[in-house]
Design a protein around this ligand. Structure first.
Ligand code: BGP
Length: 484
């Protein structure tokens, strides 16, 4: 038996991509409610899926429908959660990663008292999970901060948002301390540099001319401090609680053995580690500080910030892994798509319908690298492939491509654990079809469970087990031994 007997097999979703009910029971608008998709325009022609301007934000605020805003409807998990949890339990899930929508609890982010109806939804959700002995893994910030904080303060650029987040987290720890042991602070905290609005509520045209990158690093510093403060708070309120950071693992290979390619690749990987370094080691890496200084980027740190970071590091490291990347010092090479990042196309790897290159060995490499660097327990909280599933005339869905993706990644996971990596869980991304984070499409399906809804929101929302549902059930039953 390779995996520990209490290995947390399960799945992951996020409130803004699954719940829907965007304006129900007092929930305030979040930055996710601005992300839009139009099936009559190509993704390239329509930047709206990661809203990045005051004009797009205002347009979204003026439009109180969900016609072009798929994340406002999600898959209506808000009303279907009991049915969905029963399906997860049927697969034998030990854990389910969810997020708490901040704007369901504090609609504008600034209220002093929480929205009771918002709290009640998660009371019910966690109680239902407990019925099935499904361990919640709860993300506090998963691309869904209150939109009001973005419009009023340009999001996390403003230091007072730390206090708003600490108040929100404190309410969650006190309310759910009997149900939740595993917490994550910021989903893919590194993504602030790729899509600052989704991750931190930063609207670029509200940043002073030429100061956008500096404001992103300032906002990131505030998130680092907030993450450390809530880690401290969680440990004090919930004895035995485990708080983790969450990284997009962007494992990058050099395009050739040419030293210049190796150097640029090393720097890409070190930049990726930086975000976890701060939360695991409790300090900014010297190389990063020197680089920021060279770029003329100044981060305003208050008295005591560095001590807060040093004294409140995380208990474990979680990460997402979908594909590997390749980098070259040479310009003009053909690029491959990726999770809001691109790399030089790797000729040895196949790709998904969305161009993400499939690399199971890259997962083992990622596990070895992360464990050797941080010597902390690891959990994979996102992995999977987005695909266009086909519903056969008899209603079945033969997603053998998805089974093959998982089978090969699980094989590599097993090898890493056999080589000594301390991996305590795995939650596949989108264990039920949900709205895509990057494109707001429904057609980019990740789930073991199909949801009858198209990109425009048409459909019955009926849930259907795919072939992979039965395969994953078997994997969990055998604790990862039976991958056939
Ligand atoms: C990560 C996010 C998830 C998830 C995943 C897949 O960046 O943490 O929310 O969505 O990417 O991306 P997408 O949904 O765009 O295919």
């Amino acid at each position: 038996m390779t995996f520990s007997k209490d290995f947390l097999w399960g799945g992951a979703i996020a409130a803004n991509q699954a719940e829907g009910a965007w304006n129900v029971d007092g929930r305030g608008m979040s930055v996710a409610d601005v992300a839009s998709y139009r099936s009559d325009l190509s993704l390239d022609d329509y930047e709206g899926h990661l809203a990045i301007s005051s004009e797009l934000v205002q347009k979204a605020m003026d439009d109180q429908t969900d016609k072009y805003y798929p994340k406002r409807r999600g898959i209506d998990f808000y009303h279907h959660y009991k049915e969905d949890l029963a399906l997860f339990a049927e697969m034998g899930f030990k854990a389910l990663r969810v997020s708490i929508a901040w704007s369901r609890i504090f609609p504008t982010g600034e209220e002093q008292e929480p929205n009771e109806k918002g709290l009640q939804f998660y009371d019910n959700l966690f109680k239902e999970m407990k019925k099935y002995n499904i361990e919640p893994i709860v993300t506090l910030s998963h691309y869904e901060m209150p939109l009001a904080l973005s419009v009023k303060y340009n999001g996390w650029v403003e230091r007072k948002v730390i206090d708003d987040f600490v108040r929100f987290s404190n309410v969650c720890f006190n309310r759910y301390k009997d149900y939740v042991t595993y917490w994550l602070t910021f989903n893919e905290i590194d993504s602030i540099n790729r899509h600052p609005f989704t991750t931190a509520g930063i609207i670029p045209d509200k940043c002073p001319e030429g100061k956008e990158e500096e404001q992103v690093y300032q906002a990131l510093h505030h998130q680092f401090v907030a993450s450390a403060l809530v880690t401290k708070d969680c440990h004090e309120i919930i004895p035995g609680s485990q708080v983790g950071c969450m990284l997009t693992k962007l494992t990058t290979y050099p395009n050739t053995c040419k030293p210049e390619d190796v150097e640029i690749t090393l720097k890409k990987n070190l930049q990726n580690y930086f975000y976890a370094d701060v939360q695991v080691f409790g300090e900014y890496p010297r190389l990063t500080l020197k680089k920021l200084k060279r770029k003329g980027i100044h981060i305003q740190m208050e008295e005591g910030d560095l001590e807060i970071l040093k004294e409140n590091t995380v208990d474990y490291l979680s990460f997402s892994y979908y594909m590997s990347l390749t980098e070259s010092a040479k310009d003009g090479l053909e690029r491959a798509a990726g999770n809001t990042v691109t790399g030089v196309k790797n000729p040895y790897l196949p790709a998904t319908d969305w161009g993400w290159q499939i690399d199971p060995v890259g997962l083992k490499i990622s596990l070895l690298e992360l464990y050797d660097r941080y010597r902390k327990p690891l959990i994979i909280v996102e992995n999977g492939m987005g695909a266009k599933d086909v519903v056969e005339s008899d209603g079945s869905i033969h997603d053998d491509y998805r089974v093959n993706y998982f089978r090969e990644h699980f094989r590599q996971m097993k090898e890493a654990v056999e080589e000594g990596v301390e991996l305590f869980g795995y939650t596949s991304w989108g264990s039920i079809d949900i709205i895509s984070a990057g494109t707001s499409q429904m057609s980019k399906r990740y789930g073991f469970i199909y949801v009858d809804q198209d990109d425009d929101g048409n459909g019955t929302l009926e849930r259907t087990r795919k072939d992979s549902f039965y395969w994953y059930k078997k994997v969990i039953e055998s604790n990862g031994e039976d991958l056939d």
